[in-house]
Design a protein around this ligand. Structure first.
Ligand code: HEC
Length: 167
């Protein structure tokens, strides 16, 4: 699936594990161009966002494509994902996403993607649906989340399907 948006500069792929702060900034600058919608309010209840950001369930197949995509989600810069074997150069800075849907409830997955800092204030994982309090985002992207609400829901729907840990 080719979802590369217009306006993105091409960039060389580097193995994850190098240049993390630069990668995070790159991630933010590449991906922030994507989400055109502003962050809408959401309620955090006990370390989770129980309700869909869009009011609808996401699409797991679209979510998988976002997770695998090097210009949209960039999840694989940091995470390995043994369930996406076709993508080379997966990261080793973060847990394998396999089994994430067994480890976390769907509302916890949603909060994790929206604002991972709510779980770990020092995390290197970007807050994908947040506009305040970001320190590594280019100022021209202030005010826009990295992923849209629809994209967040698609990613969450995909992660929720990752029930078993494969080794
Ligand atoms: C810059 C590195 C980085 C990127 C990019 C990143 N993450 Fe993470 N992620 C982490 C780290 C590190 C952790 C471990 C816990 C922590 O530090 O918050 C984590 C934790 C998680 C967890 C919980 C892991 C578990 O099962 O215990 C999930 C789920 C997750 N990330 C999903 C994603 C998804 C989906 C994306 C892309 C939309 C993504 N991450 C992008 C670094 C990253």
């Amino acid at each position: 699936m080719n979802r590369t948006p217009s306006g993105l500069r091409s960039h060389s792929q580097k193995p994850a594990g190098t240049l993390v702060p630069g990668l995070v900034a790159l991630l933010a600058s590449l991906a922030a161009a994507q989400a055109q919608d502003r962050v809408k309010p959401y309620a955090v209840v006990r370390e989770a966002i129980p309700l869909s950001l869009t009011g609808k369930p996401g699409d797991p197949a679209r979510g998988r494509a976002i997770v695998a995509n090097r210009q949209v989600g960039l999840c694989l810069l940091c995470h390995s994902a043994s369930i996406i074997p076709e993508e080379q150069f997966q990261g080793d800075l973060a847990p394998d996403l396999a089994g994430a849907g067994s480890r976390w409830k769907i509302g916890e997955l949603r909060l994790r993607i929206v604002d991972a800092g709510r779980f770990n204030a020092n995390t290197i994982m970007p807050a994908y649906y947040k506009t305040g309090g970001l320190t590594r985002v280019g100022s021209s992207f202030a005010g826009k989340p990295i992923l849209s609400a629809e994209q967040i829901e698609d990613v969450v729907a995909y992660l929720a399907t990752l029930r078993e840990v494969k080794k």
